[in-house]
Design a protein around this ligand. Structure first.
Ligand SMILES: NC(=O)c1ccc[n+]([C@@H]2O[C@H](COP(=O)([O-])OP(=O)(O)OC[C@H]3O[C@@H](n4cnc5c(N)ncnc54)[C@H](O)[C@@H]3O)[C@@H](O)[C@H]2O)c1
Length: 442
């Protein structure tokens, strides 16, 4: 039998030098991420939850030996030891103080990392209380227009890159959830957006100003919160123009992670659902911000879309029509970052007989979010080195409310998302895509 010669075309260039990861917002998630990477680099702990550091994937036929290499051996990823961190916050606590305040990681671990963490000090933020009503910022930039603020951010970025001798940068929004804003005329084109920046449009939130600064400079940008940020036509267009990969919105952690694992399973077995009630108690600063109805609305919209897309009630009316879906987040200070998420799921079986499932997830919010920040940063950098730009749908895997190209619905099912992520990595590595047809094991 003639052997087909494979001409591998690897899209990604090799990473050289240092990668700078910038986070607007240096609170619980960002400090847990930064301290975590430092702990891993010192050999104190493992990067659990991170595919870029611990994941494997299949390459080649099932009959091939050793066909599950580490993802980091399939595609050229940035070495974690050559990553540096920076960012902005409205409080000027250094990263050690902020991590102690966040109270996520054990103080004994933090003490071992005190010297490098203390060296990282947030730059002055672009902040406006009208978008996050529960916070009062003191460490904040002042300028006449929002365009001037964007230019200030660009100056910060250039200085950071030079001071830290970085080869490349990525930015991941880890700031608070802003109030709910709907897409409107000012967000439509690059021109209308830039005009809005100069005219201080109320519809341009601080997170959009950071996104604009990064994308304008060709720096990959991911949005970990549910606010629009880069999910507007103007910034999507700009990202294509400047060849910048972008991804958003909202890190997929606790309850929504469970939903996108469980719901595809029920759907796959044609089990009906009549109701899904989700409630949470949470006591960190994120919980406090979300206690305001305008900020909660942004989160609620992000969380509610998930089931609708997975279950497709319009195609399966007997199983899912009018299913009741409710999501609540209650601020409860004693719990701190250790959230508890309850789900009551009313399902239907054979002949519509009802059953119930209860899930009680005692999770740790920032522990679940930190590896997502890392993977988004490392994969966005890979995307940039592979010449990819615009929305990176293959990173939906990490996001609660994934951005999708115009005219198509986002994919929420975590298994479909993983398949897309892995096939994208195979494509970048010049390997055969896996379509799970018979010839896979030939
Ligand atoms: N599991 C999770 O933790 C999780 C999951 C999904 C999304 N998120 C989102 O990630 C974000 C961060 O969560 P967190 O728990 O670290 O919250 P946090 O309150 O501990 O940290 C957010 C930080 O952002 C700062 N900030 C607010 N506006 C800013 C601005 N304009 N510029 C710079 N800094 C600003 C705040 O001062 C604060 O220090 C939130 O939006 C949250 O909704 C978190």
């Amino acid at each position: 039998m003639a052997v087909k010669k494979q001409t591998k075309k690897v899209l990604a260039t090799k990473p050289t030098g240092k990668l700078g990861i910038l986070t607007p917002g240096m609170g619980a998630v960002a400090t847990t991420f930064i301290a975590g990477v430092m702990a891993v680099n010192k050999g104190l702990s493992n990067p659990v939850g991170s595919l870029t550091q611990m994941g494997r994937m299949r390459i080649g036929k099932r009959t091939k030996k050793n066909n599950q290499p580490m993802i980091s051996d399939v595609v050229p990823l940035q070495d974690l030891k050559k990553v540096v961190f920076g960012g902005w916050d409205i409080f000027n606590d250094n990263m050690y103080e902020a991590a102690v305040h966040a109270d996520v990681l054990d103080i004994n671990l933090l003490k071992k990392l005190k010297a490098p963490l203390s060296k990282i000090k947030p730059m002055k933020a672009v902040f406006d209380k009208n978008y996050v009503k529960k916070l009062n910022g003191t460490h904040v930039k002042k300028a006449k227009t929002k365009m001037d603020l964007a230019k200030e951010l660009m100056k910060d970025i250039k200085k950071f890159k030079k001071d830290n001798k970085c080869d490349r940068l990525v930015m991941v929004w880890c700031g608070s959830t802003e109030i709910y804003i709907e897409e409107s005329a000012v967000h439509k084109t690059i021109e209308s957006f830039e005009k809005g920046l100069k005219a201080n449009s109320k519809l341009i939130a601080p997170s959009m100003i950071y996104a604009y600064a990064a994308i304008k400079m060709g720096i990959p940008f991911a949005n970990g919160a549910p606010n629009l940020s880069c999910d507007i036509p103007a910034l999507i267009e700009l990202s294509k123009q400047t060849q910048t990969p972008i991804a958003g919105k909202d890190f997929k952690t606790g309850q929504t992670l469970m939903k996108t694992i469980l719901a595809p399973g029920f759907k796959a077995r044609a089990l009906g659902i009549s109701g899904w009630f989700s409630t949470n108690i949470l006591g960190n600063r994120d919980g406090e911000v979300l206690d305001d109805p305008d900020n909660f609305k942004t989160k609620e919209v992000s969380k509610l879309g998930v089931l609708e897309e997975i279950l497709e009630p319009e195609l399966y009316p007997e199983l899912y029509k009018d299913f009741y879906h409710k999501v609540r987040i209650n601020y409860y200070p004693p719990r701190g970052d250790n959230k508890e998420g309850w789900d009551n799921i009313d399902i239907k079986g054979w002949l519509d007989y009802p059953m119930q499932i209860k899930v009680d997830f005692l999770c740790r919010d920032s522990i679940l979010a930190a590896p997502i920040v890392l993977d988004l940063a490392i994969f966005l950098d890979l995307a940039k080195r592979s010449g990819m730009s615009g929305i990176q749908e293959w990173l939906s895997f990490y996001l609660k409310s994934p951005q999708a190209p115009k005219g198509v619905k986002p994919i929420h099912d975590i298994f479909k998302q993983l398949h897309k992520l892995e096939n994208t990595l195979r494509y970048v590595a010049g390997e055969d895509l896996i379509n799970l047809l018979g010839q896979d094991y030939e």
